[in-house]
Write a protein that binds this ligand. Structure first.
Ligand SMILES: [Zn+2]
Ligand SMILES: [Zn+2]
Length: 260
């Protein structure tokens, strides 16, 4: 029986950083790999606070290119280069929507960090994986990732993911409004980490609110729903039966059915 995979939140808030919550980002450990899901602006300091070094990261997973999900990349890459340069046999895999490698390089250019970018790619083994709707990626013997496109904003491809960790399947929505992709994820996972941005009065609705999460959860009673990327108006009272973690909360995904 393998150990239960875990999820540790480095942040649980939405773009607006509601009081007491930093930008949504979390670490998944399971199937022999450590994932950083969303390199948010505060992911590096919060990895340290959580006692998780960048030296442990195997995979960085990105849902879409909005800054609350990605603008921690220059700080992470600098730290990874510092901690891992010269160590062989520990590749870093970066998974994201089409164009992810170019997007991250452009970010380094804008920050005048071309030297760090070049050195990191010369001295480390960094592999980019472009995911798209329905694509499957075998990341380790017992770890398969499947991408599911969700609807968020028209100018960006946004992906949700199904992550099979040695028999435990974790779903993640990325940023999404109610759409068929969320049903695809919900019907394929045991635990669904879902965005619940809450009310967003100034824009076309590209997110979930508490009513939309309740409605989805009611249709998949066997799935454990966990809300993240939450806004100031999102409370446990409005999400009965849905887990609402705080920054630095860790949950276990449950025991594996797989033996041996
Ligand atoms: Zn977001
Ligand atoms: Zn977004």
């Amino acid at each position: 029986m393998s150990a239960s995979p875990t999820v540790t939140w480095l942040g649980t808030g939405n773009f607006e950083v509601p009081p007491g919550r930093y930008w949504n980002s979390f670490v998944v450990r399971g199937g022999g790999l450590t994932f950083l899901v969303e390199p948010s602006p505060t992911s590096l300091p919060h990895l340290r606070t959580a006692g998780l070094g960048v030296g442990d990261l195997d995979v960085v997973l990105i849902s879409h290119f909005h800054p609350d999900h990605t603008f921690g990349w220059p700080f992470l890459l600098f730290e990874i280069l510092d901690k891992r340069a010269g160590s062989t046999g520990h590749p870093l895999t970066v998974v994201g929507p089409p164009g992810v490698a170019g997007f991250l390089e452009q970010m380094m250019d804008l920050g005048s960090m071309q030297v760090t970018h070049r050195n990191a790619h010369a001295r480390l083994e960094i592999r980019y994986v472009e995911a798209s709707d329905g694509s499957r990626h075998q990341l380790a013997d017992l770890v398969e990732l499947r991408a599911v496109e969700v609807e968020h904003v028209p100018e960006l491809t946004c992906l949700g993911y199904l992550l099979d960790l040695d028999g435990h399947t974790l779903g993640y929505s990325g940023d999404a409004r109610p759409c068929p992709g969320l049903d695809t994820i919900a019907s394929g996972c045991a635990t669904f980490v879902i965005e619940c941005n809450g009310t967003h009065p100034n824009r076309d609705k590209g997110h979930m609110d508490t009513g939309a999460v309740r409605e989805l959860a009611a249709r998949y009673p066997a799935v454990r729903f966990v809300a993240t990327h939450v806004g100031a108006d999102v409370t446990a009272e409005k999400l009965p039966g849905v887990l609402l973690p705080e920054d630095f909360t860790t949950i276990e995904l449950g025991s594996s059915a797989r033996s041996g």
